[in-house]
Ligand binder design. Structure first.
Ligand code: GTP
Ligand code: MG
Length: 221
């Protein structure tokens, strides 16, 4: 009997996604819509940071949010209750967003009408790092209670992110967290990564992050 036919499909899926992501990015550049793909573990503070960010720069820029969740609309409701336009993508079990899903979100919100759109990706540090969403920049959050060893456990996420936001710095005294060690580990994986230390609860440090966004948008348009 012949051996089992085995087809490796992972590379095909990823290369199809890369092409779709590049098309999205080309359109975003034409429309001058800056899109940030925000990733983190569940509960690291994505929605909280989005709310604080929009409060800090929403007066100057038209901001929209594409929320993604396995099965809920909770975050989109929080964002909309704060007066920010939001759409929700329900992934129905998928633990990441790909370019096709993001395209649906961008069309749904009418991305050409916005200066800045955040994608709140599904909460985890593994699958979202594998799929190019078509966003202009990738940002990740690591919160203090998660620990400073995460670059060693989830290296791809640190490698593909343009920005690392260290959140929950108000909890620093409760955790064994060495910011210098984390910065060093992140820089070893990605020497170009920009790092900001914030508390999305108190607002401390938020301006470093929002100044980075404003400068990136200025350079982009
Ligand atoms: N102490 C403290 N708590 C925070 C901070 N940022 C967020 N939180 C709290 O952390 C919890 C989770 O925050 P979210 O903003 O919902 O986190 P998320 O990453 O959007 O979570 P998922 O969407 O479920 O993945 C909430 O109880 C927030 O109030 C912070 O800077 N400091
Ligand atoms: Mg959230």
């Amino acid at each position: 009997m012949e051996g089992i036919k085995l087809f490796e499909v992972r590379e095909d899926i990823l290369s199809d996604n890369d092409a779709a992501a590049q098309q999205l990015r080309d359109k975003l550049r034409r429309d001058k819509t800056f899109v940030i793909n925000l990733m983190s573990s569940p509960g690291a503070g994505k929605t909280s940071l989005l709310l604080k960010t929009a409060a800090a720069i929403g007066g100057d820029l038209k901001i929209g949010v594409i929320e993604a969740d396995i099965d809920s609309t909770v975050d989109a409701e929080k964002i909309r209750n704060a007066g920010i336009e939001a759409v929700q993508l329900r992934t129905g079990g998928f633990c990441h967003l790909d370019a096709a899903m993001v395209k649906t979100g961008l069309e749904g919100i009418g991305s050409q009408n916005f200066d800045l759109i955040f994608i709140e990706n599904v909460g985890n540090l593994v699958c979202p790092a594998e799929f190019d969403t078509g966003a202009i920049r990738n940002a990740m959050i690591l919160s203090v209670p998660e620990g400073d060893d995460k670059p060693m456990k989830y290296p791809l996420m640190f490698s593909i992110s343009d920005v690392l936001v260290i959140n929950k710095i108000d909890m620093m005294e409760l955790a064994d967290f060495e910011t210098t060690v984390l910065r060093q580990r992140a820089a070893e994986l990605n020497p170009d990564i920009s790092v900001f230390e914030v508390s999305a609860k108190t607002g401390e440090g938020i301006h470093g992050w929002t100044d980075w966004i404003k400068k990136e948008i200025k350079d982009f348009s």
